[in-house]
Design a protein around this ligand. Sequence first.
Ligand SMILES: Nc1nc2c(ncn2[C@@H]2O[C@H](COP(=O)(O)OP(=O)(O)OP(=O)(O)O)[C@@H](O)[C@H]2O)c(=O)[nH]1
Ligand SMILES: [Mg+2]
Length: 710
Amino acid sequence: MKVYQTKEIRNIALIGGAKSGKTTLAESMLFEGGVVTRRGTIEDKNTVSDYRDIELERQNSVFSTVLYAEFEGHKINLIDCPGFDDFVGETVAALKVADTGLMVVNAQNGVEVGTEISWRNTTRAAKPVIFAVNHLEHENSNFDETIRQLKQSFGGGVTVCQYPVNEGVSFDSVIDLLQMKMLKFKNGGGKAEVLDIPASEKDKAEEMYATMVEELAANDESLMEKFFENGSLSEEEISRGIKLGLISRGVFPVFIINAKQDMGVNRLMQFILNSAPAPDEVPGVKTTEGKELSCKSTDAPSALVFKTSIEQHIGEISFFKVYGGEITEAMDMINGNNASKERLSQLFAVAGKNRQKLDKVVAGDIAATIKLKSVRTNQTLNGVKNADDKIEPIVFPNPKITMAVKAKNAADDEKLGSILNEMHKVDPTLTVEQSKELRQLIVGGQGELHLNIAKWLIENGNKIAIEYIAPRIPYRETITKSAKAMYRHKKQSGGSGQFGEVHMMIEPYHEGMSNQTEFPVRGQDIYPLDWGGKLVLNTCIVGGAIDARFIPAILKGIMEKIEQGPLTGSYARDIVVNIYDGKMHPVDSNEISFKLAGRNAFREAFKNAGPKIMEPIYDVEVIVPEEKMGDVMTDLQGRRAMIMGMDNEGNYQKIRARVPLAEMNRYSTALSSITSGRAMYSLKYAEYAQVPPDVQTALLKAYEEQESEE
Ligand SMILES: Nc1nc2c(ncn2[C@@H]2O[C@H](COP(=O)(O)OP(=O)(O)OP(=O)(O)O)[C@@H](O)[C@H]2O)c(=O)[nH]1
Ligand SMILES: [Mg+2]
């Protein structure tokens, strides 16, 4: 393959609602670009993009697929993203490296939930958007209504560049306003026949043309002037106007395709070459040190690995975008994130399972390499001179759902952990953590579908049966007032006995507090706890009542109880322990005795110190259509939520709330059913807060029952 220069490259993310036709469009683009000589279909399970077993079985995309098409001296890199929001991580990564989002819209359905969600992703990524309206040959297709909805949802920048002449089952022609010609598409692809606009369409075409120019002029006044001077604009002038509007996100051109019959695809690709920005025409990426990399081939080499996949017979493939310089085969690079030295022994242009070797990859291009030693998604590969650069990472969304997972056969549990860790490399939104505290393997994902797909992949790929169960909640225990307790551990058995006696006063710890004055503090140790909060140990012993060498044993006993709190076995935190008295026996006192005395004295004191259970509270943001807001609020209130505020977001409302984690179980499913899938939400840990008394009573009871069972 020839070496494509930065200006000859377009990076396009195929996005949009589920099943809108992205993968089918990709197939047609590959065909137009000569990568395949026969177009596959979803139904025949032979598209280039949906080639993985899970995708063939489900007949929808699950992972993004990196593809390319060579077209009229250019290389169009495509990233075909899955439409279901559970796989949003794939879209987020694709939109990091793509310079334009190509949003497919099904003209039978108009703006769907998925369209809105995809739009929001492009807004966050600040990327240009081109709309491709698909499925025009359906009897229920409604182009005008689709445009009305697009404008209503995404604003006046939505600019019609083509309209259908014969929408419906006989669809094959559009009026192309850029050329002011009628394009008659051939079934099976290729260039359209370019015809004069028939008399019957003249008036409408003129009117639509004027509207288009007006919309473009809103972003580029010089266009309007030219239009008034000459009465029309050349295609080149319009294309340039659109490019500027695309980059500034002021113009969102609409094109028409029939992805399945490969109609309009060639024209759309031409338009992409003319108007979609090249990689160096959009703002560059920042490094974490604030440097900007804007795809200049003369810069030092720098590339971001944005995707990792594991393929049969090959192993790990790392996909990267070059943000500066040129990368040549067998080049040595340095991982900016961990300083490992990596040889990029082979470079590939990848289209699904097809790979073409490359000698050189220039700034702006997307390519893949294999057999890197120590490189993960989101890491930066650099030349020697700029070895430390780290491109600002893709920000993957936090998990929306967490579940405990275990193998049906306990012997497989260990293997399961390492399988999930491998899966996390490929899909950073699938998180995994062995929680020591909860004594569970916890997986996080973007929704139930996401976790169910993970289950399928594990069960089919690794032949391990697994099940999900509700995760335990990481409660915390602490105290609200001070209390004293003493404990004497005494045991006389046979020869030597055991003896230790400890008197302590415990009090709630808070930042900046001063010592109690009842017992003068002679020594203080502050222990930050791994799970947050502190333990402060004050020694206030007078007259050698307890030997200093027993203090570590007492601390050990206290720590045991802090790690398994007296109320529910959860971690305790934020406590000051004052050891003020005790007794020793000249022969029988030893470490074990004082450990037990310390532990039991602490447990006693804790129970009398107004103990309370704290629960994790999460900041929840729900974006919901206005008309569903009431229902969503009611549901949230039923989950003990505290509503923090509401903001307008177009036709949507953003609700901000604080909700106990314990109440968020299966929220994705509930929200989806309340709003027919039209809402989005995110979760972020906020703080620990005291549980209400009724919840505390229930938790204590549950723990007692569990203890007596064990
Ligand atoms: N009739 C018709 N069917 C189409 C067209 N485009 C796609 N389809 C069909 O619509 C279904 C979904 O197409 P895909 O290409 O898988 O859609 P997608 O957007 O990639 O779907 P996800 O990746 O699952 O979000 C398939 O059955 C396609 O054959 C079209 O223009 N006309
Ligand atoms: Mg798809």
